[in-house]
Design a protein around this ligand. Structure first.
Ligand code: UDX
Length: 439
């Protein structure tokens, strides 16, 4: 079986490599010639555990190819996945120009029946727009070649994307054509040998499922951050409350960890986009508006605690920051709370020394530039710092040598934005720890 995956970003590359890994012949297409050359040489555009190995191995075996030629890639392909970016437009709605440009090109260049499946997160009704763009291009050619559209949203977590793809908890396929359904069934068979996990539905429902899933997860996080902030005021412990509610299987113990707010490429963008879609249909998603507001505020909580401790004016002070990426095991800096915290500390006159195990290059080149001093290791960041701010919970930050930390910092003071440190234990070592709602 042969497929094409258009867009070698996060979703496209992981999907293409994993399909190749189960024996499917895959061509990953991108308009960025440099990126394609790098991939051919085994250089990954993103950091994702396990990805490089799987890409290199399948490229060497010849099952995974990289190309800038979409027309060639779709020749003989049963499915063309659209996995290009859908950046938020100025008004928060997803910008479909890249998705529709790919659909148009497929219409121009297809020579046989093909299923065109969107993997990018796209607003409800995009399936129809994709169908329209392909049909239009075919009409211009005077062609009536048959094709089908499908919606096949991804549910990959950055940092665990390869694992998520190879062992999915569910595969959602929105489709309205029997032949296309059969093809998708065949394609996904290798990923569900231990039980059927495909949920078939109509295309708008599949599109909606993706937004609803991410919005629900974002809601859990904002809810818990709100509760944690209140815990602090009333003298309750958010960790205890988390365990207390998480043991109810209807609530569940995942995604209820308070922190410095959610970031990344999905939650912030998708919550904004669905609010916008609702507005277009004359409906207000009030819960999600609150989810977004709470998250925007949460990104300021750590810096506010620093100011509550030292006062509003932080001139001449230096803060060590551990972690920059929006979560561990990724170099993704998109919407990372670290950016907001750094801006706020700097605006109050402070300087920041940062260390992150993998995201520093990304931060330096595209996000934070020279706003912080990048350090060689975690301890290096502590030298002459007035306090430590833990922003991303990378494993290597979990049990540092407290003796060394205590010696290097000017004050034994920690602002733990992820609640990974044991406040009571650290108190016995002479540290003062502020965190998000725990005692
Ligand atoms: C998410 C979804 O999990 C995935 O299914 C979807 O396809 C894409 O969006 P991802 O963006 O990689 O994946 O990150 P995720 O692990 O879900 O974390 C999102 C953010 O929420 C991070 O900033 C994380 O730190 C934060 N978070 C998560 C919390 O603050 N508390 C939690 O309990 C869980």
């Amino acid at each position: 079986m042969k497929i094409a995956v258009v867009g070698t970003g996060y979703v496209g590359l992981v999907s293409g490599a994993c399909f190749a890994d189960v024996g499917i012949e895959v061509t990953c297409v991108d308009i960025d010639q440099k990126k394609i050359e790098k991939l051919k040489n085994g250089i990954m555009p993103i950091y994702e555990p396990g990805l490089e190995e799987i890409v290199v191995r399948n490229y060497k075996s010849g099952r995974l190819n990289f190309s800038t030629d979409l027309g060639e890639a779709i020749q003989g392909a049963s499915v063309a996945f659209i996995a290009v970016g859908t950046p938020p437009g100025e008004d928060g709605s997803a910008d479909l120009k890249y998705v529709l440009a790919v659909a148009d090109e497929i219409g121009q260049k297809m020579t046989d029946y093909i299923v065109v499946a969107t993997k990018s997160t796209v607003p409800v009704t995009t399936g129809e727009k994709v169908r329209g763009a392909i049909k239009n291009a075919l009409d211009k050619r005077g062609s009536d070649l048959p094709f089908a559209v499908a919606s096949n949203p991804e549910f990959l977590k950055e940092g665990a994307a390869v694992e998520d793809f190879l062992k999915p908890d569910r595969i959602v396929i929105g489709v309205d054509d029997e032949r296309a359904e059969e093809i998708m069934k065949r394609l996904y068979k290798p990923f569900q040998l231990s039980g059927e996990r495909i949920i078939y539905m109509d295309i708008p429902s599949a599109e909606m499922t993706k937004y609803a899933a991410n919005s629900m997860l974002a809601t859990k996080i904002s809810f818990m951050n709100d509760i944690a902030n209140l815990c602090e005021k009333v003298g309750a412990d958010a960790n205890m409350v988390r365990k207390g509610i998480g043991s109810d299987p209807r609530i569940g113990n995942k995604f209820i960890y308070p922190g410095v707010g959610y970031g990344g490429s999905c939650f912030p963008k998708d919550v904004k986009a669905i609010i916008k879609t609702a507005k277009q249909y004359g409906y207000d998603l009030r819960v999600l508006q609150a989810v977004e507001d709470v998250n925007d505020d949460q990104k300021h909580v750590l810096a506010n605690k620093v100011k509550a401790h030292f006062g509003e004016d932080l001139s001449g002070m230096t803060f060590a920051m551990w972690g920059l990426s929006f979560k561990p095991n990724t170099d993704d800096m998109r919407e990372a709370p670290a950016g907001v915290i750094i801006d706020e500390l700097r605006a109050a006159g402070a300087t920041v020394k940062a260390y992150d195990p993998v995201a520093m290059e990304e931060a330096k080149e595209h996000y934070l530039f020279d706003k912080v001093t990048y350090c060689n290791d975690a301890y290096d960041a502590l030298v002459d710092a007035d306090a430590l701010l833990l922003v991303t919970e990378w494993s290597e930050f979990r049990i540092p040598s407290w003796e060394v930390v205590g010696k290097l910092l000017k004050n034994k003071l920690i602002f733990d934005g992820r609640n990974i440190y044991d406040k009571k234990y650290l108190k016995t070592l002479g540290f003062e720890v502020y965190n998000i709602g725990t005692k």
